[in-house]
Design a protein around this ligand. Structure first.
Ligand code: HEC
Length: 103
């Protein structure tokens, strides 16, 4: 009986974690579809009209590129047009954007 309870509790945890992730990705998609889509195009796996494909970007790359207009040390940018402005207003949303781009 005790084991059953522990099992049920674990199952609950797994479900909570799962739905939290889904929410993150949904929020990230909303931001992508509002802002990033303009330059990166509707599908992040494909190059957009101005920006390159960014599907699979690491959280570090997103944080530096989106918030500070920088790149991780030693990273070679996919493009060098310097047309993307920083978006510091998304400082609390990098995790959501990362979840969407890596789902
Ligand atoms: C005004 C157009 C524009 C918007 C809006 C924009 N980007 Fe970009 N993005 C670019 C361009 C152009 C590049 C290529 C680097 C450069 O030339 O600035 C780029 C590069 C990137 C890169 C680096 C790709 C690599 O691996 O070299 C990431 C990550 C990125 N953008 C994420 C985003 C996210 C996330 C958003 C939405 C919050 C966004 N961008 C909105 C134009 C844009």
């Amino acid at each position: 009986m005790k084991h059953l309870l522990v099992f049920a509790a674990l199952l609950g945890l797994v479900f909570c974690a799962g739905s939290a992730f889904a929410q993150d990705a949904a929020k990230g998609k909303l931001i992508y579809d509002t802002i990033c889509v303009v330059c990166h195009g509707p599908d992040p796996k494909v190059d957009g009209p101005l920006g390159p494909a960014i599907s699979g970007s690491s959280e570090e790359l997103l944080r530096l590129r989106v918030l500070l207009n920088k790149y991780p040390d030693g990273y070679t940018p996919k493009r060098d047009t310097k047309m993307m402005p920083p978006f510091p207003q998304y400082k609390d949303d990098i995790g959501h954007i990362h979840a969407f781009l890596n789902q």
